[in-house]
Design a protein around this ligand. Structure first.
Ligand code: JET
Length: 242
């Protein structure tokens, strides 16, 4: 997979080259290219923003600069891109989104700042490529760079060969639609707290039941929205209502 990121802070994305993703990049599983948006400005101040039409606070990122940048970046590789624009107003980025993105040949991320990018940029490219405005949560960041780190990590870990110990995707939290329950390791007792007996029983049926119950319980308590969204057939008879 090829990943391009256009940003006014390329240094912010340096971690993409470290550790987990560094190894994946070295293995050629992921190719990451960072592009400084200011490279496509032509004025001495390298201006990327301007006042909003209609007035109001803050500044809007200029369409001309983004158009030249995205034209150049998209043309720099033959693989057809999906454009991803992290935005507070975007559709929610979920594990399902990560799984879908993991099948893409190329992702081009546009990092917005200030009050955002002139809407005509998204509208223009949406006529040629898939363009997703995605939100990683209901809060406002200063720019899209942190969201790109989150999205790339969630996607890259799903690519075969990126994780040392490939957890089966089926075991991933959210893959069965529930939150993962509690996990334990040695010692058996720590600060007077013992590991739940069933986990040391060797009774795999009882262990699976106990884990499912803890996942259902936790999901009902912390994320009832996820429980409500579960398709009918996901809860079997043994799943008492939590
Ligand atoms: C068309 O899209 C845009 O113009 C995006 O513009 C902006 C403006 C400010 C901040 C951001 C970064 O994204 C978030 O804050 C965000 C993403 N998820 N949750 C919070 C992006």
């Amino acid at each position: 997979m090829r990943i391009d990121v256009v940003t006014i802070f390329p240094g912010y994305l340096a971690p993409l080259r470290e550790s987990l993703l560094g190894r994946a990049a070295d293995a050629g599983l992921i190719e990451v290219a960072l592009h400084d948006l200011r490279s496509w400005t032509h004025d001495v101040h390298q201006t990327v923003d301007d006042a909003p039409y209609g007035g109001g606070p803050g500044m809007v990122m200029r369409p001309q600069v983004w158009g030249e940048a995205l034209d150049a970046v998209i043309a720099s590789d033959s693989r057809p891109p999906r454009l991803v624009v992290p935005a507070p107003a975007g559709r929610s980025f979920t594990q399902a989104t990560a799984r879908a993105y993991a099948t893409e040949q190329r992702l081009v991320f546009a990092c917005g700042r200030y009050e955002g990018i002139d809407q005509r940029v998204v509208d223009h490219y949406s006529r040629q490529f898939p363009v997703d405005e995605v939100s990683i949560g209901d809060y406002v960041l200063v720019g899209g760079e942190a969201a790109v780190l989150v999205i790339v990590e969630a996607v890259a870990r799903l690519l075969p060969g990126v994780l040392g110990n490939p957890r089966s995707a089926a075991e991933d939290s959210f893959s069965d639609g529930l939150l993962e329950g509690p996990a334990y390791t040695r010692p058996e007792v720590w600060r007077g707290q013992a590991v739940p007996e069933v986990l040391r029983s060797g009774n795999h049926g009882a262990i699976a039941r106990w884990r499912r119950d803890r996942a259902l319980e936790r999901t009902a308590k912390r994320r009832p929205d996820l429980l409500a969204a579960l398709p009918e057939d996901r809860l079997d008879a043994a799943d008492q209502a939590f």
